[in-house]
Every structure is written in C-alpha cells, then in structure tokens.
Design a protein around this ligand. Structure first.
Ligand code: NAD
Length: 414
C-alpha cells in the first residue's frame, strides 16, 4: 500500500543495471552542481549535498556483535521490504519474529535462520524481555497497535523503532515518548525517506538557496485500494487506522514539507471530498489541505485512496523549482531542478539498491545513534508533530475553518 507500491514492480536486476558513474558523482554533488550552474543557478554553499546526519557517516568500531531487532507484525511491509533489508545492514541483524500466526513466523524463521526460541506471538510477546539477542523491537502493525506495543517493548527493556504514523493521536504519542524516557531507551519513527539519498539531495538543494526563497510546496500521494486484500482492510477501518488517505499517505507530504523547509506550519485548512464508494465511508478517501508557514511559504497537499499511484513533491522558489516524481518510492525517486520557462532539463538517475538501501540505512541508524550517543534522525517528538498536524487537518476539514498549529518549537522539548 502506498504511493510507492508501483515501484515494487521494478526488479532487482533492473535496478542494478540503472546506476552508473553519473549517479555516484551526483550523490557526491559534482555533476548536479555543474548542471545547475550551467542553467544559471548559483553554486550551493560547500558541504551541502552530503547526508544531513553526520552520525550515519561514523561507523561503529565494534562490528563483532550486530544489534538485534525483533520484528512485530509480519505483513506486507515487514515481509517485502524490512526483512530482506537486513542482508545489507552493517550494524543490525534480525534476531526475533513476532506474529499472530506462529506458522507464518516459523516459515519466515526457517528462511532467515531464526530459531524457534526467538519466535513469539502477540500473547507471549512480553517474554521478549528475557531474550538477550533482542536489543530493539520494530513495530510494523496497524496504526492502532503502535502505542500498546511500543509501551510493552519499553517495559521489556528494549529500544523501539515504530512505523509511521506513530499512533492514532497525540495523547498516545506522548505516552510512547514518556515510556521510552522512563525506560531510558530510544524511540525512533520509521521515516524511511530520511535515509533515501535522493531525498537528501533534494533537502540539500532546497536549503541551499539554489532555487531562491521557497514559496510554494505541492505534494500529492495516492494509490488504488483493493478491499479484498487484508492490508487494505484495516486501513478502511477507522478504529484500526485512525484515518484514511491522510494518515497513511498524506503524512509523507506533511513530513516532507516540514523537512524541506526546516520549519513547522502555523495554520492549516482542509477539505475532505465525499466518498465515491461505500468502502470509504469510515475514512477519508480523498483529502486536500493547505499548511501556512511563518516564513511566508505555503504547502498544499492531496492524498487519495482512489487514484492510480502518485507520489509527487514540487518546491517552487523565487528563482526556480525543484521537483521529485516519484518522491517517496521504495527504489526509484528522482529530483530535478527547473527554471521558469524551461522544460525539465536536469534530473538524477535511478539509484540501485547496492548504492544505498534506505531500509538498511534506517535499520543501521538506530544502533549507530545509540553507540555514538547522538539523537536519532526521526524522534518520537518528530513523529508526534506529524500526528498533531494530521489531527489539526482533520479538525479543519470537519469545521470548515482554519486551525492554528502555532504550538511553539517542539524541538525545544527534547
Ligand atoms: P499489513 O496489513 O500488510 O500488515 C500488518 C500486520 O499486522 C499483518 O501481519 C497482520 O496480520 C498484523 N495484525 C496484527 N493485529 C492485527 C489486527 N488487529 N488487524 C489487522 N492486522 C493485524 O500492513 P502494512 O502495509 O505492513 O503496514 C503496517 C504498518 O507499517 C502501518 O503502520 C503502515 O503505516 C506502515 N507502513 C509503512 C511503510 C513505509 O514506507 N514506511 C510502508 C507500508 C506500511
């Protein structure tokens, strides 16, 4: 599910053939800056274009013992994206599996070499406290179960990686943050795009001044829904999902806008379109929103559960624009710079899984941060800010009025 699902069809072999020397130089910033300058953009300040998280560049000195994750919830995302990603991790390894279906856990355990003693059900999950191989629990369950399993994991003395959206509401998020602090353990939210090299490139460009002052952001995320597939069923049920297209897909646009601008919106407005199919009666099928920033920038976004896959991000500045399409794919994001009046003249090539696997980088980031004593890239407070904004957007849509989100700087609370 997600605006990224279309890219699942790209085969491994296909991806491995796409990268070339140009990709490597673009990651390093060389070719991209040369092309940008030939279009009349000024050179970005030195140092930009590198990964924004310096601790990602500092490898752990002790490579003997890899950091063990227990994966909770063996659904589509866990099985298709996260479990295979351990093969490319430098610091993390799969240590345990947790599922409601013990036969499924056994099958996957056989495949990944996980012994029966490291297989758990949701009912006996708390026994994981006695499993010394498990350092962290990665929660990949329906949204309504994130808070409960995060708090149980902290009680078991483990660190936590929790999927987005962090929880159903800000109160649940706060309880998760408090439980982590009480346990003295890290909480990280699974914002994989923060580990995507193309996204890093885009953030560096956005903040470099190369397109002038950012003025208008447009984000669109959507996908079709198959009500016969279990992965969509809980998403259509409000008590399990907390909301529809906004919770599941719009969150990429919300987080992405804040990430690009390095700023939080102070007011939101929104409209939820009437459902076109009864299957969407409990949740937002299609929603559009506006987020106003103090800097003067405005972000308008849409999310839908009833469109052909879309995943777009456009940042329009006073001197040019930056486009990502797709913006949140698993493997093949692109970024390009454009000048007013020009057609698209420059874009990055696809990156192969060998160059930097965003899932493996995300899994490695938690142990590296813990070992280095540095803050994780996506904290619980970051995840909570998105959930608060989602709640404000729903409130604005239901009231038909703008809603203030001028809550002060959440970064000062951590
Ligand atoms: P999924 O439906 O494919 O998997 C969910 C798993 O939870 C299944 O194994 C299911 O059996 C289990 N489960 C346990 N209790 C359940 C219950 N009461 N109802 C339904 N299922 C129950 O879903 P998914 O696509 O893997 O999504 C799981 C989480 O991962 C969600 O929070 C989603 O937002 C997130 N996700 C993130 C990304 C990303 O790119 N970061 C992508 C997809 C999903």
């Amino acid at each position: 599910m997600g605006s990224h699902s279309s890219s699942d069809k790209v085969t491994n072999t296909g991806r491995r053939h796409i990268i070339g020397a140009l990709g490597a130089s673009i990651l390093a910033g060389g070719a991209s800056q040369a092309v940008a300058q030939s279009l009349g953009f000024p050179a970005p300040p030195a140092g930009l274009g590198k990964r924004p998280y310096p601790n990602l560049l500092r490898p752990l000195s002790d490579k003997k013992r890899k950091f063990g994750y227990a994966i909770v919830g063996l659904g589509k995302y866990a099985v298709n994206q996260i479990l295979p990603a351990f093969a490319e991790c430098e610091h993390a390894r799969l240590a345990a599996l947790v599922s409601g279906d013990i036969e499924k856990a056994r099958r996957l355990g056989n495949h990944y070499g996980i012994e029966e003693s490291h297989l758990y059900t949701y009912d006996n999950f708390d026994k994981i406290a006695q499993d010394p191989d498990v350092d962290a629990v990665y929660i990949i369950l329906p949204n309504s179960l994130h808070a409960d399993f995060t708090i149980r994991s902290f009680r078991a003395g483990k660190h936590v990686m929790c999927e987005k959206p962090m929880a159903l509401n800000a109160e649940e998020c706060q309880r998760m943050i408090d439980a982590g602090k009480k346990a003295g353990k890290e909480l990280m939210i699974g914002y994989r795009c923060h580990f995507d090299p193309i996204t890093h490139k885009a953030v560096a460009l956005a903040r470099s001044g190369v397109i002038g002052t950012p003025q208008i952001i447009t984000t669109d995320n959507g996908d079709n829904t198959d009500p016969t597939d279990p992965t969509y069923q809980w998403r259509l049920t409000r008590s399990l999902s907390g909301g529809g297209a906004l919770m599941d897909l719009g969150i990429y646009g919300i987080n992405g806008s804040r990430y690009m601008l390095n700023e939080d919106p102070v007011e939101v407005q929104a409209t939820i379109m009437p459902p076109t199919d009864p299957m969407f009666r409990q949740i937002d099928e299609t929603i559009v929103w506006i987020m106003r920033y103090r800097s003067g920038a405005v972000a308008h976004g849409s999310a839908s559960f009833n469109v052909n896959a879309m995943s777009r991000f456009n940042l329009q500045g006073t001197k040019g624009s930056m486009r990502m399409d797709p913006a949140t794919s698993y493997w093949c994001n692109t970024v390009s710079l454009c000048k007013t009046g020009d057609t698209q003249t420059w874009s990055t090539p696809m990156f192969t899984i060998n160059e930097l696997n965003q899932f493996s980088a995300q899994l490695d980031h938690l142990p590296i941060s813990i070992a280095n004593g540095t803050r994780v890239a996506a904290t619980g407070e970051e995840g909570m800010q998105d959930v608060r904004l989602i709640q404000a957007i729903y409130k604005a849509a239901h009231s038909g009025r703008p809603v203030s989100t001028d809550w002060g700087d959440w970064r000062k609370t951590i």
